[in-house]
Write a protein that binds this ligand. Sequence first.
Ligand code: BMA
Length: 320
Amino acid sequence: MSRIIGEALPSLPWRDRGNEPGAVWRYEGNPIVRGSQVPGIKTIYNSAAVPFENRFAGVFRCDTTSGMYTLYSGFSDDGFNWKISPEPIRFEGGLPFESGYDPRVCKVDGEYILTWCNSYEGCPTIGIAKTTDFVHFRMLENAFLPFNRNGVLFPRRINGQYVMLSRPSDNAHTRFGDIFLSHSNDLTYWGKHRLVMKTLPGGWQRMKIGAGPTPIETDEGWLLIYHGVMDTCNGFIYSFGAALLALDEPWKVIARNNACLLHPEMNYERVGDVPNVLFPCSCLADSATGRIAIYYGAADTCLGLAFTHIDAIIDHVRNN
Ligand code: BMA
């Protein structure tokens, strides 16, 4: 029996396992969010949900009908049905917002911190902003120089410092990528960079990997769900798996799966703007029951929800 360390979340969206085998199972009502529900938006996919004031708040990757990558916020009472603002987030402070995608939201020391892939002079790097209400967002400095993607904060300071995972990359559809982490005292100056995990030859995580949702603290280590990419004769395939990282030295990998947890299989995962993509950006975890809900982008088109239990996922990580 493993234990989630964190808050109890009795209102977590949940379905018991149906007929799907494996440690993670999909919500039968997927996709839960589509582009057509917001005016001027064609696709809504890689998005972040967090518990917020007895309900849920989210930041959504919304691609406009004119092809811009933007971020919108929204709210939900049950984690399944989302009401997304009709207007994009307009950041206060920071550098001018060019475009942004793949948001993650993390609560550290009571503050909601948004990280995302932020375009700076046309080059991807990691943007950071704070919010108290998911309406107003104050942008800080970018964390790193370009090129970088998949900036994911840990939900508490470790040895007194903020810690962020990231994936140094290039300006294109990067054909390489390992997960690193960096430390900061103030969310502005980042250093003490460490390698966490490299790609593994052979299978689903052979070309590049990137951190997914905010890591979940457990009594066995940080549970990190991450995406892995393989190249094929007909394009990339994005699947996801998980690893356990040491609590005090999270660049040390305790265990990591060789088999993925979920790979594109359903129609809405295989067919879309970019086929065969599963891209998890957030999780909700209930420490009372061990239940975990995972939000993942599907085929760069819509948002799906999947479920697991802490025992099932840790068993998968350790035994696959
Ligand atoms: C990555 C990011 C993601 C996207 C994925 C597949 O580089 O751009 O937003 O889901 O590619 O296209």
